[in-house]
Design a protein around this ligand. Structure first.
Ligand code: AMP
Ligand code: ZN
Length: 146
């Protein structure tokens, strides 16, 4: 009888990893090692500006503009490509918080940019979904290619 070879392809969020008797979903394993998850949980320091049950906002450690905040969902979502149907409320909340922070940080009137990098060509380096809120001076072109 011909048996299918076991697949090494990781394409299901329901794959598990076992640590002794502890079973974790793969997405939880990734989240354990995610810097933005740790910031959201408060287990590593950050300069937080705002938090509620859905989202957290903090200053970017390497600001690219006078005002540079990051707004993230508490839930570990790797990128825009990984947003699931049940996540859209969190993504909407990020926009609500961005509008509030733009006012609080004094850039609502002068203008600001909300940026989400997704994947290799965008230069995404942290694979926990986030929006950058940038403002406080005249910004460069939206598509500045290196
Ligand atoms: P992206 O290229 O969209 O993935 O941007 C990731 C952003 O996260 C960069 O602007 C980094 O400067 C910022 N960043 C990385 N680590 C930290 C940290 N520990 N605290 C605050 N911002 C961070
Ligand atoms: Zn994460």
């Amino acid at each position: 009888m011909q048996m299918d070879k076991p697949s090494s392809r990781v394409d299901s969020p329901f794959l598990f990893r076992y640590y002794g008797s502890i079973r974790l979903r793969l997405v939880e394993v990734v989240a354990l090692d995610c810097i933005f998850c740790k910031i959201a949980q408060g287990s590593i320091p950050s300069n937080k500006i705002f938090e509620n049950d859905k989202v957290v906002a903090f200053y970017d450690i390497q600001p690219a503009a006078p005002v540079h905040a990051l707004i993230i969902p508490r839930k570990h979502i790797e990128s825009m490509n990984d947003v699931q149907e049940e996540d859209w409320e969190d993504i909407a909340e990020i926009h609500r918080v961005a509008q509030k922070l733009a006012k609080d940080l004094g850039v609502a009137e002068t203008g600001y940019r909300l940026v989400n990098n997704c994947g290799k060509d965008s230069g995404q380096v942290v694979f926990h979904f986030h929006f950058h809120l940038l403002g406080g001076s005249k910004l460069g072109p939206a598509n500045s290619q290196e």
